[in-house]
Design a protein around this ligand. Sequence first.
Ligand code: SF4
Ligand code: SF4
Length: 284
Amino acid sequence: MIIAIASGKGGTGKTTLAVNLSAFLAEKRKVILADLDVEEPNSGIFLKGRQVHSEKICRMIPEWIERTCIMCGKCQELCRFNAVLKIPDRIMLFPELCHSCFACSELCPTSSLPMHGETGGILYHSIISKKLQLVDSHLEIGQVSAVPLISATISYLKGIAASDDLLIFDSPPGTSCPMLEVTKSAEHVILVTEPTPFGFHDLKLAIKTMEKLDKSFSIVLNQAGDEFDSTIIEFCHSANYRIIACIPYMRRAAELYSAGRLLYQEIPVIREALSVIANNLQLA
Ligand code: SF4
Ligand code: SF4
């Protein structure tokens, strides 16, 4: 089973929930946490273990062969990401926009756009405890597109996961391609939000995205205890969106987070909230 933890807005506590929920559940069952927030993978700060594997992940991008190109312009028409531009005397490629879909390369009538690999990032696989593993991928500096690295990491996870493993995906924030790449393979998505106008605005965007994907989702209200709580709670109730837990704001949580420690081991309220989430989603 795959659960993704996502948020419209960064800084809502998505990674905190992912690492704490994973470690909490791994007290009883086998869990693999995948940190797919590849631009800023922080899970390793909280979960330290023994590294068992690392590998460079290549992303495939096209290369233009001028000698054989007949300047038909088909590649520009095909590319949905504007990564190919035909100008009067040449084809220009913008690798930072390329999503490695292979369309231009496969459909070029003269095979003038062969794909080649360049390093997109590095994947690390660590054993944290008897029942908990961490896979975190780090985007190479200078790489703009996170999607190929996320997609390669998910393929790696599918290769190592046993049938009784619970996979928890820590998604990048936002509602753009990297978030879609992570959530599309999940059976259920937990959207983490916070009681602020920005949090509320971005929660609504994340909900719309889940509805478009026809995904099962639920909501965790983090850092609760503000007068803005009621705005989010009323909105969710009126639209029948399920809030599965409210985690209160606590200064102690911020202190433990800053020290790279797991919150649920030292704050009983957070352990209770994780237990409620686990029961609500039948994860325990
Ligand atoms: S599709 Fe191939 S042949 Fe046509 S312009 Fe592009 S690279 Fe050249
Ligand atoms: S591989 Fe796909 S995304 Fe990349 S340039 Fe070709 S058509 Fe565009």
